[in-house]
Design a protein around this ligand. Structure first.
Ligand code: 6U4
Ligand code: NA
Ligand code: NA
Length: 158
């Protein structure tokens, strides 16, 4: 097993309008892509607390709870450390959406996601989210960090 680094990825959902808050990433990893909100899990926090913290830092929203919907593993051709990304939805949040130094947030209809401006894997597993089917998925990226060379998406029991 190769070493993993832990990350979170949170999608705020407005159930009334069936909309998802995405963030246009302004810097760092995934720059110029729409992304969920998240980042590295710190050594002193649980994965869920890390998810809630990153959502607040990057969007201004305070989630009372987050609900796990999937687990992603990314393997990059020239990187010996895999990314283990815990994916959450939340509809239970307060606060105002703000633009931050890292993210410009924007609401999208959950069935009209801007996949051409997102990571290539997102269009592969987002349909599982829409079906409320929990999943574990693994993606192997070519060294260009864009092309998926292999993928596995497995539904898991709730
Ligand atoms: P700093 O150093 O504070 O800017 P931090 O916010 O801790 O970084 P960041 O933003 O680099 O971490 O974390 C990467 C984010 O990108 C995580 O939320 C996971 C997400 N992510 C990475 N690869 C992804 C991919 N292929 N598809 C996807 N999200 C991905 O949907
Ligand atoms: Na981040
Ligand atoms: Na961050």
């Amino acid at each position: 097993e190769m070493p993993h680094r832990l990350f979170t990825l949170v999608f705020p959902i407005d159930p009334v309008n069936n909309c998802v808050l995405l963030g246009m990433k302004k810097r760092g990893f995934g720059k110029d892509k729409y992304n969920g909100f998240g980042g590295k899990v710190e050594p002193n926090e649980s994965i869920e607390s890390g998810a809630i913290r990153e959502l607040a830092e990057e969007s201004g929203l305070l989630a009372k709870r987050v609900d796990k919907c999937g687990l992603l593993f990314f393997y990059f051709e020239n990187d010996p450390v895999a990314m283990e990304v815990h994916v959450y939805l939340t509809s239970d949040f307060s606060g105002q959406v703000i633009e931050t130094e890292e993210m410009a947030p924007e609401w999208y209809s959950a069935d009209k996601m801007p996949f051409e401006q997102m990571w290539a894997d997102d269009s592969r597993w987002w349909p599982m989210v829409l079906k409320k089917q929990k999943f574990t998925a693994r993606f192997w990226f070519f060294s260009d960090m864009t092309t998926i060379t292999r993928e596995e998406i497995v539904p898991v029991k709730s």
